[in-house]
Design a binder for this molecule. Structure first.
Ligand SMILES: Cc1cc2nc3c(=O)[nH]c(=O)nc-3n(C[C@H](O)[C@H](O)[C@H](O)COP(=O)(O)OP(=O)(O)OC[C@H]3O[C@@H](n4cnc5c(N)ncnc54)[C@H](O)[C@@H]3O)c2cc1C
Length: 276
């Protein structure tokens, strides 16, 4: 009996997808229990297993007998806007999750790089982050609990569903950046925030000359403008980073986020509120 036949007998035909580019059989369990069953069998049989999310980034060259993809684990069992929590399976696409949260007025304050189909599990496993990390913290700060399946097929639940949580070893945060070393992430309890009423991105333009509107107290000790960095920025050649800011009371939705150029060459803290 081949590996593929054994897997089909175990999980059904629906779990076997088109093989990976390196012809390794690709298996998509349809539930956390099916992941546990597959990994338990792989452990007994001595199969090498490669973990995949949507497969948008992973090079399919890691030696493996099967590729376990989480792409059928794409349910969102709970969104609780009043409690600012949600529970989602690890194979849900991040953009799909974000949309469903926005429809309920909730927001997961992360903006990791990657393609639209990238999965929640991969973002946790790789601990990728975008600029929002500077205001709202890394991915581990957004996790309340994680359920994962170990290499020998045991299902482990860490953390919980609510902010006030259990004591003991913090296995939840250990998952962030673990690259699957502790198992396959199958279910995640997330900490949410209210959907911002507006999302504004300021793009500092370091090419503009120093502005006459930069008056004390914004002038630094050396005569440069401390908030906008000009003209010191040219000398220090600090990279220009887009900054995300919220404006209370603005009517624009978060999805149609405008990009505002700081025409005066500097921005005053009165005009914007950075961070949470
Ligand atoms: C501009 C840019 C910058 C990036 N920077 C980084 C970076 O700094 N660091 C980085 O790691 N990635 C980085 N990435 C890649 C990023 O991880 C992927 O874009 C995206 O998260 C992959 O999604 P995927 O679902 O296709 O995952 P895949 O490509 O399928 O897998 C990605 C990794 O996650 C693991 N994984 C996936 N799902 C699970 C799970 N449920 N449980 C355990 N492990 C799992 C896989 O084993 C693999 O190691 C970057 C991508 C872009 C475009």
């Amino acid at each position: 009996m081949t590996i593929l036949e054994k897997v089909t007998a175990l999980l059904g035909e629906g779990a076997v997808l088109e093989a990976a580019p390196d012809r390794v059989p690709r298996v998509a369990p349809g539930s956390p229990d099916a992941v546990a069953l597959l990994l338990g069998t792989a452990h007994q049989e001595g199969w090498r297993v490669r973990i995949e999310g949507a497969g948008t980034w992973l090079q399919s060259d890691a030696p493996a007998d099967i590729a376990l993809t989480t792409r059928r684990l794409d349910r969102i069992p709970a969104i609780e806007p009043a409690d600012l929590t949600a529970t989602a399976e690890a194979g849900i696409g991040l953009d799909q999750l974000r949309q469903q949260l926005a429809d309920r007025g909730a927001w997961l304050a992360i903006d990791p790089p990657g393609l639209a189909g990238r999965t929640l599990g991969s973002v946790i496993s790789a601990a990728t982050a975008g600029p929002l990390r500077h205001g709202f913290g890394p991915i581990k700060d957004h996790l309340l609990g994680v359920t994962f399946v170990t290499g020998d097929g045991r299902m482990v639940q860490s953390g919980g569903r609510v902010m006030k949580n259990v004591a003991g070893y913090d296995l939840t945060r250990l998952q962030a950046g673990g690259f699957g070393a502790f198992g396959v992430i199958v279910l995640v309890h997330l900490r949410l925030r209210a959907l911002p009423r507006a999302d504004v991105t300021y793009v500092p333009d370091s090419r503009r000359p120093h502005s006459s509107s930069c008056r004390p107290p914004w002038r630094g000790a050396n005569g440069g403008c401390s908030p906008c960095g000009s003209p010191d920025r040219r000398r220090s050649s600090r990279p220009t980073k887009p900054v995300s800011a919220r404006r209370a009371g603005a009517a624009a939705s978060a999805r149609s986020a405008p990009r505002r150029r700081m025409d005066s060459g500097c921005v005053s803290p009165k005009d914007s509120r950075f961070g949470p």
